[in-house]
Every structure is written in structure tokens, then in C-alpha cells.
Design a protein around this ligand. Structure first.
Ligand code: SAM
Length: 187
């Protein structure tokens, strides 16, 4: 199973109709579409991306979806979570997904960075529900990717919950998936 499929498998185990979820990097919109289907019309998805092209692509993908009224798209950096998402969702977000790096088929120099990713991770963790899940898919093959992955590893080791780390394959450049469940606290 590809790590992107594993992400959807993990998210679907934690999401029900009516839930709230956040896509921290909308990109081409595939994760947003998946989340939207998982929570249905009674749920809500918030999706961030700093690139206009990604927002346009996500809108286009979602226009073919059954429900679109459950999505709020932010053309914004994901570190602005508390300024963008209404406070009524604080600690009610059931699933948060990060698919880091660059927008495929676009400008490969516009990428997530260790600094902004760390800031967004810390804030997202606060916004998660107690039974929520966070997935972080990090890439080590591009410039800055290894440093970003190391930053995430250090952060996951500081968070007081168990986390799972799944490697794409044995290559030192393979993607890495982190799965964090807030309920699995380290005592
Ligand atoms: C690998 S793509 C995401 C793929 C996407 N989840 C999908 O399903 O197609 C990474 C995205 O992160 C976005 N990005 C980079 N830095 C960001 C930031 N600080 N805040 C929000 N999005 C960012 C990029 O513009 C790019 O579209």
C-alpha cells in the first residue's frame, strides 16, 4: 500500500459523518476530497494552501464532488490556523493531515519549510480533539526535505503521546509517514 493510501486508511478509521477535519496542504485537492466524502454534508473541512494554483485545483476537483458546501478553503499559510478556523472548532478537530513538500507538476521551489511546519504542527496538536488523529507525510528526497523530516521527528518525540512511524521503503530518501493519536498518552 502506498503511503498516501495508508494516510486515507488511517483517516477513515477516525472520521465519521458530521466530524470536522483539516487538510493543512490542499495541493491538488485529493486529500481534501477524501476528507469531504468521509465527513459528509453534516461535517466540515478546512483546507489551507499558500499557492493560488493549489486553491484553484482543489476547487476544480471539489466541483465534481457530491457535497461541496462542507468545505472552507483558505489561501493562506497553515500557521494561521487560529486566525482562520472559527474558535468553536477548538479541540474538536477529529483529523488533521499534512502532505508536505511541493505541489506536484508545479513550482518545486514553493515548499513547506521546517519552521512553518513546526509552528503548524504545534498549533494543530492543540486544535485536535482528544480522540483525534494527525497524519504527517514527509519527503526526504528534495532540498530541505531531510531537515524538515528531522524537525518532525524531534517534535513527535517531544509530544506526550505514542506515535507510529511508517517508512515508504528502505531507501534513505523514501517518504516517512507519522501517525499521532492524541488519546494514546504516554503516562
Ligand atoms: C504535496 S502537496 C499537497 C498534496 C495534497 N494534499 C493533495 O492531496 O493533492 C504540498 C502543498 O503544500 C503547500 N504548502 C507549502 N507551504 C505551505 C504552507 N506554509 N501553508 C499551507 N500550504 C503550504 C504547497 O503549496 C503544496 O500545494
Amino acid at each position: 500500500m502506498k503511503l498516501t493510501e495508508k494516510v486515507h486508511s488511517v483517516l477513515s478509521q477516525h472520521l465519521s459523518l458530521g466530524d470536522c477535519a483539516v487538510d493543512m496542504t490542499a495541493g491538488n485537492g485529493w486529500d481534501t476530497l477524501f476528507l469531504s466524502k468521509s465527513v459528509g454534508e453534516s461535517g466540515h473541512i478546512f483546507s489551507f494552501d499558500i499557492q493560488k494554483a493549489a486553491i484553484a485545483q482543489t476547487k476544480k476537483l471539489m466541483s465534481g464532488a457530491e457535497q461541496t458546501s462542507n468545505l472552507t478553503l483558505f489561501h493562506s499559510c497553515h500557521t494561521k490556523i487560529e486566525q482562520k478556523i472559527p474558535p468553536s472548532f477548538y479541540q474538536k478537530v477529529k483529523a488533521i493531515t499534512f502532505n508536505l513538500g511541493y505541489l506536484p507538476t508545479s513550482n518545486k521551489t514553493i515548499i513547506t519549510t521546517p519552521q512553518s511546519t513546526l509552528c503548524a504542527l504545534e498549533k494543530s496538536y492543540e486544535w485536535m480533539a482528544q480522540d483525534g488523529v494527525m497524519t504527517i507525510l514527509a519527503y526526504r528526497g528534495h532540498s530541505g526535505g531531510l531537515e524538515e523530516t528531522q524537525t518532525i521527528t524531534e517534535w513527535t518525540n517531544r509530544v506526550p503521546v505514542h506515535h507510529e512511524v511508517i517508512m515508504g521503503n528502505e531507501s534513505p530518501e523514501s517518504p516517512v509517514l507519522y501517525v499521532i493519536k492524541k488519546s494514546e498518552r504516554i503516562l
